[in-house]
Design a protein around this ligand. Structure first.
Ligand code: SAM
Length: 252
């Protein structure tokens, strides 16, 4: 997978060199390219923002540098088989659709993602109109709060996507039991997890987990997932398809 990020703070993306994403890059699973937007701002101060039409506080990112930057980045597609890969352009914004695990799974199958993290009050709306008219462009929010810039959302989304790429996680099965995973977990939250020692500060690991009884362990995990979801995210339980729950689930 190729990932391009255009930003005025390339150094903010340094964490993409470490841990899981860094390893995925080192192993050749991910080709990450970070571009400085100011390289496409041609005045003496490399200005990328201006006052908003219609008045109001804050500044808006100018369309010209973004247009030039995106034209340049998009003119160099990765190869996919015989042809060029199609990009998915991802515009982080609190006013976008929610970025979910389901979307992470979908985007992990794409060959090329281009992220446009903004600052100030965001990017001139014509940029999204221009590229949205001819490309797969998604305006995505990582949550109902407002950050100072889109770089942290890019780190969040890239990590969520990268860990789903084949060969990136040590154990390929580990994300199948994660919170929100479709299939066996039916989109529920994961319950508590434990490791050695069996007793710590007088607190014991639930007996069932050391019983070696796979059926009972699976049932216990499912019950805990249901309990935690009902407590912390009743909205997820309400959205759960009835056929995804068995008779014992309903009793829990
Ligand atoms: N005025 C904008 C609004 O209220 O929707 C907020 C702009 S915010 C200060 C600047 C930038 O940070 C956004 O353009 C976006 O790139 C990023 N950002 C902030 N919060 C975000 C969120 N929850 N999800 C994704 N991106 C976010």
């Amino acid at each position: 997978m190729r990932i391009d990020v255009v930003t005025i703070f390339p150094e903010y993306l340094e964490p993409l060199n470490v841990s899981l994403v860094g390893k995925a890059r080192a192993r050749g699973r991910l080709d990450v390219r970070v571009h400085d937007l100011r390289g496409w701002a041609h005045d003496r101060h490399h200005t990328v923002d201006d006052t908003p039409y219609g008045g109001g506080p804050g500044m808006v990112m100018k369309p010209e540098p973004w247009g030039e930057a995106l034209d340049a980045v998009l003119s160099d597609p990765p190869r996919e088989g015989e042809g060029a890969a199609e990009p998915v352009v991802i515009v982080p914004t609190p006013s976008g659709r929610p970025f979910t695990q389901e979307l992470a799974v979908e985007l992990a199958a794409a060959p090329w993602l281009v992220f446009t993290p903004a600052r100030y009050e965001g990017i001139d709306g014509r940029v999204m109109e221009e590229y949205g008219a001819r490309l797969d462009l998604r305006e995505l929010s990582i949550g109902d709060y407002v950050l100072a810039g889109g770089e942290a959302p890019v780190l969040v989304m890239v990590e969520a996507i990268a860990r789903l790429l084949p060969g990136v996680l040590g154990n390929a099965d580990s994300h199948r039991d994660d919170s929100f995973a479709p299939g066996a977990m039916a989109g529920l939250l994961e319950g508590p997890v434990y490791t050695k020692p069996p007793e710590w500060r007088g607190r014991e690991v639930p007996e069932v987990l050391i019983s070696g009884h796979h059926g009972r362990i699976a049932r216990w995990r499912r019950d805990e997932a249901l309990r935690r979801t009902a407590l912390n995210r009743p909205d997820l339980l309400a959205r759960c398809a009835p056929e995804a729950l068995d008779r014992e689930d309903r009793a829990t």
